[in-house]
Design a protein around this ligand. Sequence first.
Ligand SMILES: Nc1nc2c(ncn2[C@@H]2O[C@H](COP(=O)(O)OP(=O)(O)OP(=O)(O)O)[C@@H](O)[C@H]2O)c(=O)[nH]1
Length: 492
Amino acid sequence: MISDALRQSLATCPTLPSLPAAVLKVIELARDPDVKLQPLVEALNHDPALTVRLISLANTVYYTLGGRPASTLREAVERLGLEMSVSLALGFSLARSYGNRARTKGLDLHKYWQRSLTSAIAARELARHVPNELDSDTIFTAALLQDIGMLALDAVEGPIYADTLGGNLQHDEISLRERIDLGADHTEIGAWLAATWGLSPLSCEWIRYSHDCPVNQQSLTGGECVMLSGRLADIWLAPDGHKTLAQLEPWLGDDTFRSELLGSIQEQLPIIAELFDVDAPDRIDPQQLLFESKQLLLERSLNLYERLKKQERELAQLRENNAKLSEAVRFDPLTRLFNRQYLMQLFESCFCEAQSDGSRLSLVFIDLDHFKQINDKHGHHFGDEVLRAFAKLLQGTSEPGTIVGRYGGEEFLAILKNRSHSEASAFADTLCAKLRDQPLVHHAGVPVFITASVGVVSLGDGDFSLPKEMIHIADQRMYLSKRQGRNRITAQ
Ligand SMILES: Nc1nc2c(ncn2[C@@H]2O[C@H](COP(=O)(O)OP(=O)(O)OP(=O)(O)O)[C@@H](O)[C@H]2O)c(=O)[nH]1
């Protein structure tokens, strides 16, 4: 949005880009859909300089196409087409009134006109090359005037605008700086100016959105041809043209299309530039530029591929860490059985389930006997080995569905879902029998037998209202086994 203050300055600025009466008349006439050629030619005839230029443009190779040269303005306008004639009359008079010489500070007018003309040609050529039927002459006008707001800002804000433009900015960066420094960018001002001259609403809209990014990749609209035109012009005017070309890749079709497009823009540049008294931008080598832009895109996609691979590796690592973390949350690192915390969670849910559906539930509390002696006698490391061996035995003795885990140091729990008290006692018997029958481990080739004190409890043994009450009873029964001499099972 243009601020009121800026709008006021624009409205009263005496040096704002302006059009001679003849051109304003021509614009007004051209807006009439039934416009006749004669009054338009008459209006243009009031400006001899314009007349000469329009005739000379109509006689360039581009428009003559082998026919006889145009000698009158009428013939020239017929050949150029109405919209094109209006557009050129407009451009000529602006260039004439505003000059195009390079200045030391602020807007470089020569560069300005080079970009405007290149954009206009680029937009028109693009419109001609895309399959859609587009009004290439109106597109030419909008592209030619897309930066006209820069002339206006230069006239209104002189020194401030010179600072805004300082620092060798890219064109997109200029728009951004204008919005920051002046509250509006030159496309807004340009559209406003074009409207005051009576240009069609469509032309004003295309100027306003000329610096946006096109949405369609398959079939460009007129406005989108204008949007791409300034960027196409930058292929000639900004450094690293191949980078600009690479950025335009999504909209410019295949290599043949691109090569033809660049070739035809390049062909017309000197003709139009000469008419506007501007040096044509340095020639580019379309093939070389296409090659470099393809190389760049290839490099980028390789980099992208590398980055993708790196991200995939990071994701895999993250997943692995996550899995380790969730394992650490559930498992005891020494025995690989469930740890106490997770065991309690499981037991609580088994307890609640059994309470609610009346199913059976039993608990076996196991404490290895004289474990301190094992450590003291053979070392802590050997003690660890014993704990691992017992965990393996416990797991091997359990039926599928029995939950076993390490409750603490040398204490273990077995949760037997849907198992009666006698079934749990039988399980404890089998376990203790195994311990008695075979050595759990060997130390230096010598068999080491371990025994355990066990407590068994079932849900039906008491009026348990909390899971911890049942564990407490199992623990007490295990202690009873200890007190009664160890290596035994207490189930009552
Ligand atoms: N090697 C090893 N020892 C452990 C581990 N956790 C606990 N302990 C040891 O287990 C021993 C338990 O000793 P106590 O509580 O006195 O029990 P105990 O020697 O088995 O005697 P009773 O239970 O009365 O038969 C302590 O020496 C702890 O250091 C472990 O992860 N590895």
